[in-house]
Design a protein around this ligand. Structure first.
Ligand SMILES: *[C@@H]1O[C@H](CO)[C@@H](O)[C@H](O)[C@H]1NC(C)=O
Ligand SMILES: *[C@@H]1O[C@H](CO)[C@@H](O)[C@H](O)[C@H]1NC(C)=O
Ligand SMILES: *[C@@H]1O[C@H](CO)[C@@H](O)[C@H](O)[C@H]1NC(C)=O
Ligand SMILES: *[C@@H]1O[C@H](CO)[C@@H](O)[C@H](O)[C@H]1NC(C)=O
Ligand SMILES: *[C@@H]1O[C@H](CO)[C@@H](O)[C@H](O)[C@H]1NC(C)=O
Length: 481
């Protein structure tokens, strides 16, 4: 009797204690979540910036840096770890442990710029019941994407493995991930074609496959991708023409990047009807013919890069209010002068018009705003006169390239602003002495001009000074006493 009484008392006491302990227990996260996160931590071999040092067993994992929990059940919902690109120690080395699959309520993984996370494609993530967002960007994940990766769950809203070392093809099972709004597999080593099944991803707003080794045509599948805002396919080996169904994206498409491929044919007229277009990159392809006159209607374009194609005159007189960056270099244009719509831009920072058939006096070019200019490339034209006035106005210029023109001025009078890193005036008729200010530049080329006198002490090779009238001193021959 007494025993059962004391047993009953003990049970009551235990229940009482448990009830009172409950708030303390509740302050801790779920043991599965803690175990899953500590398992992840144990596969990290090096954490020089201490991103994970506060992930301590027995403490509430919901308070750990990078962890978010659901309010209703205190289960871990997101893990976000980011390295700072400019801080050398801010990265993680190691692999992604499959113990993360213990986090049954995980909704999003955001691993950005961790730089040294390696190992194969973490296929286990695709079997997690609640995971919808995977961002594992700028690391060293390698190997193939499993063929079945689209099969397991169809709820994914975003998948990004941008900036890793994935090889093989983009599996056709991607077509099953119909809830995707973002698919980013850019800057990997993927090969093969762009899967036609992407046409089924009708919610897609961001498709990035740039910087791979993809071959074949761009599928003509855009009629069903009516939400697409960003299309990045640059730096692949794509061939064929720009598919006509891109025209259906006119209301939405803001970024169209197709540069550095082997695309050919004419630039289609409908591109000029894409009123939302902010950035158009068709550079380094084999586009022929003229730029459509419809481009006059691209009033909101900020970044236009048509360089390195086989395009011919006449170039349309654009109505854009403020172009920010323009590159028309290396085509068969004969622009004559720098276009008015460029000169009048209040926000332009990068102007590249190399080999554009410009014949003018540089002194006559009076850009209405020079404050934002970082880069000016006018190489290989027939530009005469002096660069002194221009470089006196561009306080923040980083690079000025004007080789192979007819510039004729006293280099000694050129202002070298503090920000300037690159200066190429080779193959002109520049005379006088080399100013001391060039010492701080990263690259200089004043070869094949009419310069004279002692070269200031610099690190530049002899080829940067060759072919002048009477330059002397290292790296050329010593000056005569
Ligand atoms: C990156 O990770 C590899 C393998 O884990 C390791 O050998 C290498 O030292 C790491 N690099 C840095 C900079 O920590
Ligand atoms: C994936 O799904 C496709 C189509 O439903 C099917 O043919 C294929 O066998 C599946 N693969 C795996 C590995 O489950
Ligand atoms: C520019 O757009 C207007 C209005 O949509 C149209 O009438 C005109 O033909 C277009 N201009 C060019 C050159 O395509
Ligand atoms: C450079 O600009 C200043 C004022 O902005 C002006 O006083 C000076 O004459 C200019 N120098 C040259 C060489 O144009
Ligand atoms: C300078 O320009 C000349 C002619 O354009 C070229 O041959 C030479 O390699 C260049 N040197 C450097 C250091 O850029």
């Amino acid at each position: 009797m007494t025993i059962s009484n004391s047993t009953a008392l003990f049970i009551l006491f235990t229940i009482f204690t448990l009830l009172h302990l409950k708030p303390i227990n509740a302050a801790k996260c779920h043991p599965d979540d803690e175990a899953g996160l500590l398992g992840f931590k144990s596969a990290i071999k090096s954490d020089p910036s201490g991103m994970l040092t506060k992930w301590i067993p027995g403490t509430d994992c919901c308070t750990w840096p990078g962890i978010n929990c659901l309010t209703e059940n205190k289960r871990v919902s997101t893990v976000s770890l980011g390295g700072q690109p400019d801080q050398p120690k801010s990265f993680l080395s190691g692999t992604i442990s499959s113990s993360l699959s213990k986090l049954q309520f995980l909704d999003g993984i955001y691993f950005t710029n961790l730089r040294n996370i390696s190992g194969p494609f973490p296929g286990f993530l695709f079997n997690m019941p609640n995971l919808q967002f995977i961002y594992i960007e700028n690391s060293q994940i390698s190997g193939r994407i499993p063929d079945s990766f689209g099969n397991s769950t169809r709820k994914f809203g975003a998948i990004s493995f941008q900036g890793n070392r994935l090889t093989g093809t983009v599996p056709s099972s991607v077509s099953l991930l119909t809830e995707l709004t973002q698919l980013k597999l850019g800057d990997n080593l993927l090969s093969g074609g762009i899967p036609d099944g992407i046409r089924k991803l009708t919610k897609l707003s961001y498709l990035s496959l740039q910087g791979n080794q993809l071959t074949g045509n761009i599928p003509d599948f855009f009629a069903s991708l009516t939400n697409l805002r960003i299309l990045e396919l640059s730096r692949n080996k794509l061939s064929g023409t720009i598919p006509p169904s891109i025209a259906t994206l006119a209301p939405t498409l803001g970024y169209l990047e197709l540069g550095h491929n082997s695309l050919s044919g004419k630039i289609p007229d409908f591109l000029g009807k894409m009123r939302a277009l902010d950035t158009l990159d068709l550079s380094s392809n084999r586009f022929t013919g003229t730029v459509p006159q419809s481009f006059k209607n691209l009033t909101k374009i900020f970044n236009l890069d048509l360089s390195n194609n086989l395009l011919v005159d006449p170039f349309p007189e654009m109505n854009v209010k403020g172009i920010e960056s323009l590159d028309l270099s290396d085509n068969n244009f004969h622009l004559g002068t720098i276009p008015k719509w460029v000169t009048s831009s209040p926000i332009i920072y990068s102007l590249k018009l190399a080999k554009c058939g410009i014949r003018m006096k540089l002194d006559d070019w009076k850009p209405s705003e020079t404050y934002f200019y970082d880069y000016i490339d006018l190489s290989g034209n027939e530009i005469s006169g002096s660069a002194i006035g221009l470089l006196n106005r561009t306080d923040y210029l980083v690079g000025f390239w004007a080789s192979g023109n007819k510039l004729k001025f006293d280099l000694g009078g050129l202002r070298i602003v503090e920000k300037l890193k690159y200066l190429d005036l080779s193959r002109n008729s520049v005379f006088g002495k080399i100013p001391k200010g060039v010492v701080g530049l990263e690259k200089l080329n004043v070869s094949y001009n009419h310069l004279c006198g002692q070269i200031p002490k610099t690190k530049f090779p002899a080829s940067a000074f060759a072919g002048n009238d009477c330059l002397c001193g290292p790296p050329l021959q010593p000056c005569k006493a």
